[in-house]
Design a protein around this ligand. Structure first.
Ligand SMILES: C=C(O[C@H]1C=CC=C(C(=O)O)[C@@H]1O)C(=O)O
Length: 466
């Protein structure tokens, strides 16, 4: 990796072109500049005219880190035979590019060359057409990346230079795109939602699957399994990714927001759940499992929270997640810290049990090796790990695709973060599929679990209804 000092616009393209020619190979060049306070939602919306089908949005639950990628400079898709090694395969390809990349530095995490995207829930589940374009791994180095981090607003351009690159033409093209993008970011209003009809996919069969799962748990083959179901929506007009995202942004302030476009599909959601974050050597994860509704007034809300904290069934569901994440952290890191007792994490329509986990990465532990080790936690899969996954694969009448899977980003230093893509839906023209699941343990009651999925659908349903 060659790090150059901040240079005047496009200067390192010349250096990149020289290096590409000299080495006889393609070189990734990444240039970052400070910009004014561009509005990320407007940027995402307006970049659609230049880069339709190639946009991604990701922000953390504190909105302290926002990334909007548009265009595709590099695409790391893993499918077919590579699926078992998808995390390592992406990491290897990324490191190969980074090793010879030319970039400016010193603008903080999430700037410069960054991969952004996600993974499927289960590479061994038979795929359907629903998720076309979303591979077992699809990570993108965007052509343009807007980053908001603690030190400001940044615009990065990422270019792959070939040994025989025509720089004059490229610079003209970049200037043109830069100008269009800059003009685009005046705050604008987002397109209105569309009226839609909702179809529940096999609700009775889903409740029956909860009964079957509890029987399996009684037999002792499983201890916990997360079962999900789907709502299918048909709009009068096309669903709007940018309008949905803007509405989630306004109404789900304590959630990770994401929107990953692949062609005519956009996977969008507002998830409360961090899978793993890496900041230097520091690793952070959250255990979120066990749920109850919100009260109508403060007194009822506090009483419900108390009930959740004391409830044996929910505590059990939560503990499987804590045990598994603690174990994974102990294998991969030092000074692991896990509080004894969970606390409450309150969202607009639901409250959860919450336990944060931290540690310090050992030599050789990377963000993606942690994603590999942790996914899926028993908050999304179950316990024991492999038996619960097989059960989901065989029993669930659903193609989860990227639902409940890791979505996030990583920069050239290996810092980054992945959340778990729940409270989410896939939009494609006039069709949308929303997903929600529940942790099932021995005492689970199908009607109550069904009710819980209704709360979990609400963020997406109300965002689409904006
Ligand atoms: C699987 C989902 O939620 C998980 C995360 C938090 C709480 C959960 C629960 O209480 O069952 C689930 O494990 C979902 O929202 O689709």
């Amino acid at each position: 990796m060659t790090v150059v000092k901040q240079l005047a616009n496009w200067e390192q393209l010349t250096q990149g072109a020289y290096q590409a020619k000299h080495m006889g190979q393609s070189i990734l060049v990444s240039h970052t500049q400070r910009i004014d306070s561009w509005d990320p939602l407007s940027f995402f919306a307006k970049a659609g005219t230049l880069f339709q089908g190639k946009r991604s949005f990701w922000s953390d639950a504190s909105q302290g880190m926002v990334l909007v990628g548009v265009g595709e400079t590099l695409v790391f898709d893993e499918k077919g035979s590579a699926k078992e090694h998808r995390f390592a395969a992406v990491e290897r390809k990324w490191q190969e590019w980074v090793a010879h990349a030319i970039m400016t530095e010193g603008h903080g995490p999430g700037t410069g060359p960054v991969i952004i995207g996600g993974f499927s829930f289960d590479p061994n589940k038979k795929r359907t057409d629903l998720w076309k374009g979303y591979q077992e791994a699809s990570l993108i180095v965007p052509r343009w990346l807007l980053t908001i981090n603690e030190s400001g607003h940044w615009l990065t351009v990422n270019i792959v230079l070939e040994p025989d690159e025509d720089l004059t033409q490229l610079k003209e093209q970049l200037n043109y795109e830069r100008q269009l993008l800059e003009e685009a970011v005046e705050r604008n209003s987002f397109s209105k939602g569309t009226p839609f009809v909702t179809e529940e996919v096999a609700p009775d069969a889903w409740k029956q699957s909860i009964v079957l799962a509890t029987r399996e748990i009684q037999k002792g083959t499983l201890k916990k399994v997360v079962l999900a179901r789907e709502l299918r929506l048909t709009g009068e007009r096309n669903f709007s990714p940018e309008g949905t995202l803007a509405s989630l942004h306004a109404n789900q302030p304590d959630s990770y927001l994401f929107a990953i476009e692949r062609g005519d599909g956009c996977f969008v959601g507002a998830s409360p759940e961090r899978l793993v974050k890496r900041e230097g050597r520091k690793l952070l994860s959250n255990c979120i499992a066990g749920s109850i509704g919100r009260g109508v007034g403060i007194a009822e809300d506090i009483a419900l929270g108390e009930e959740l904290l004391q409830d044996q069934k929910n505590r059990e569901e939560h503990d499987f997640v804590v045990q598994m994440i603690r174990e994974a952290f102990c294998q991969e890191s030092e000074d692991v810290d896990v509080p004894e007792e969970p606390i409450l994490h309150k969202l607009r329509y639901i409250q959860h049990l919450f336990t944060p986990v931290t540690g310090w990465a050992r030599e050789g532990t990377s963000l993606l090796s942690m994603v590999h080790r942790l996914h899926p936690t028993p908050a999304l899969g179950g316990w024991p790990w492999s038996e619960s996954l097989s059960w989901i694969r065989e029993q669930e009448v659903l193609d989860r695709g990227w639902y409940a899977a890791p979505i996030g980003w990583m920069d050239a230093k290996g810092d980054g973060e992945f959340c778990v893509a729940i409270r989410s839906g896939l939009l494609r023209g006039k069709q949308a599929s929303l997903f929600a699941g529940c942790g099932v343990v021995e005492e689970s009651d199908p009607e109550k679990e069904y009710e819980e999925t209704r709360w979990k659908f609400r963020p997406m349903l109300s965002a689409l209804d904006h």
